[in-house]
Design a protein around this ligand. Structure first.
Ligand SMILES: [Zn+2]
Ligand SMILES: [Zn+2]
Length: 80
């Protein structure tokens, strides 16, 4: 599953967690913004390249956005 990553500070700002979102819309590989499936008006600014991330992600310090994961699992259309 192609995903775009967001760096989130957790644990009082001491650790950085990589949160993966399902991207929506076009990507030309040089965009400075990615829309994401879980939000109509928020997205990833200055995203790193999309990567193929397994649905059953179990890497430490990385997790799926729960809302995006629900959309992926539900197979719903990403447009609101
Ligand atoms: Zn998300
Ligand atoms: Zn892109």
């Amino acid at each position: 599953m192609l995903a775009t990553s967001e760096r989130v500070r957790g644990d009082g700002g001491r650790t950085e967690v990589l949160v993966w979102h399902k991207p929506v819309g076009r990507c030309d590989g040089e965009c400075d913004f990615h829309a994401i499936a879980c939000s109509a008006d928020e997205g990833i600014v200055l995203p790193s390249p999309k990567q193929n991330v397994p649905i059953s992600l179990d890497k430490p310090g990385e997790r799926w956005c729960p809302d995006c994961l629900a959309i992926i699992r539900g197979g719903r259309a990403t447009e609101k």
